[in-house]
Design a protein around this ligand. Structure first.
Ligand SMILES: Cc1ncc(COP(=O)(O)O)c(C=O)c1O
Length: 388
């Protein structure tokens, strides 16, 4: 592999002098960030109440095409709140992919439920509908209103696919299987803000197929609010419940503090929402800049015999993190060593969730593709370019 010329391409893309460091994904603050933050500070409303957070909810819902959005303190809390709100608890199991950031499993575990791991597709790197169907066929029993795991007798209450690195999962197929088995679909869309797929010929944002989905605005994401997240849903009752439980379930009253159910302090602070709003205004330009970066990588890889994880037909990923697939673990490790030594931050896929001590006991389907990909995938620097 022509490493030197790949490193040169990365340096060119990010206009970095010799000896400079290129992070994997860094935020760009090129718009109204300081203006809105100052306005927010001047208003005195920096915490859980304020106009920026309300406006951000309206704008993010509009951008993604959901009826409602509930802003949260981060993506993990968004996912946890959804699972809690739909009744996932210690008597339940939740199917997800092991190839994900640990937050996906953690959010499930916070409810007391147990994650069950099903494999991903090699092209989307996201939950495989074929593997899901096969797992359910071999391990689950469909009852009148719900599905149980034949081995543990627990209810398989929900399924949480994740759109890995912004590549849309085969979500319509997954939704169909979940419906057949009475399993609630919740999307982990933390990485896929600005990722679309064609649904009946119409460009549709990820995160709208399930009952709700979670977004993340962590510092390394396509837009950032420092820390932050949001829930998307079209279900009015669920949206109301989620707003309620993410604001400590406080019954509205001018001065009394009465909480009518278990709630969480999960609201996105107004101060963070001010930042988020300014970032959201720039999202279209971040996305086109990231697409340009992805195209440069794809072209380079095509010419140099490197497998680039490209957009599956009918999908428009945000290319949150560009990924290449190397030949084996040895080549992967060599690539990681050399690129990082050259000031170019690259990284492998996370340890698969089930390889972490908390989730070692959880059932899985063998995860053949996940393990194969873990040994071969690396992410390349993918920030929006500085001049966009
Ligand atoms: C797949 C996935 N799920 C959940 C999260 C959690 O988001 P946050 O860090 O905002 O809690 C992240 C990102 O950090 C993620 O990549």
């Amino acid at each position: 592999m022509n490493l030197k010329s790949l490193f040169n391409l990365v340096k060119e893309l990010y206009d970095t002098p010799e000896g400079g460091f290129i992070p994997l994904h860094e935020p760009r603050f090129l718009g109204n960030e300081k203006k809105y933050l100052n306005e927010c500070i001047d208003s005195g409303f920096v915490s859980s109440v304020g106009e920026f957070v309300n406006q951000f909810e309206r704008e993010i819902a509009k951008f993604c095409g959901s009826k409602y959005a509930v802003a949260t303190s981060n993506g993990t809390s968004a996912l946890h709140a959804i699972l809690h709100a739909i009744g996932v608890d210690q008597d339940c199991e939740v199917i997800t992919q092991s190839l994900s950031f640990i937050a996906t499993s953690n959010a499930i575990a916070y409810t007391g439920a147990t994650p069950v791991y099903v494999d991903v597709d090699l092209d989307t790197l996201s939950l495989s509908p074929t593997a899901l169907e096969e797992f359910l066929h071999n391990n689950a029993q469909k009852l009148e209103t719900h599905t149980i795991n034949k081995h543990t007798h627990k209810v398989i209450k929900a399924c949480v696919p994740m759109h890995t690195f912004g590549h849309p999962a085969r979500i319509e197929e997954i939704a169909k299987i979940c419906k057949e088995w009475n399993i609630i679909l919740v999307e982990d869309s933390a990485e896929s803000l600005g990722s679309y797929f064609l649904k009946n010929g119409v460009q549709t944002h990820t995160g709208l197929e399930g009952v709700a989905s979670a977004l993340s605005f962590n510092g390394n994401k396509t837009i950032t609010s420092g820390g932050g997240g949001a829930i998307l849903t079209d279900d009015e009752a669920l949206a109301k419940k989620l707003k309620h439980i993410t604001t400590t379930a406080k019954a509205p009253h001018p001065y009394e503090y009465y909480h009518d159910m278990l709630g969480f302090n999960y609201r996105l602070p107004n101060l963070n929402a001010a930042l988020a709003l300014a970032q959201l205004e720039q999202l279209p330009s971040f996305l086109s800049s990231k697409l340009e970066v992805a195209k440069s990588y794809e072209e380079f890889c095509g010419k140099n015999g490197i497998e680039f994880i490209h957009a599956r037909e009918g999908t428009m990923p945000n290319f949150w993190l560009n990924a290449i697939k190397l030949e084996d673990k040895a080549q992967r490790d060599d690539f990681l060593t050399q690129s990082n030594a050259n000031g170019i931050m690259t990284r492998p896929i996370w340890y698969l969730n089930h390889q972490n001590p908390m989730y070692k006991h959880c059932q899985n389907d063998g995860l053949k593709n996940s393990i194969y990909l873990q040994d071969r995938i690396v992410n390349l620097p993918s920030s929006a370019r500085i001049k966009i």
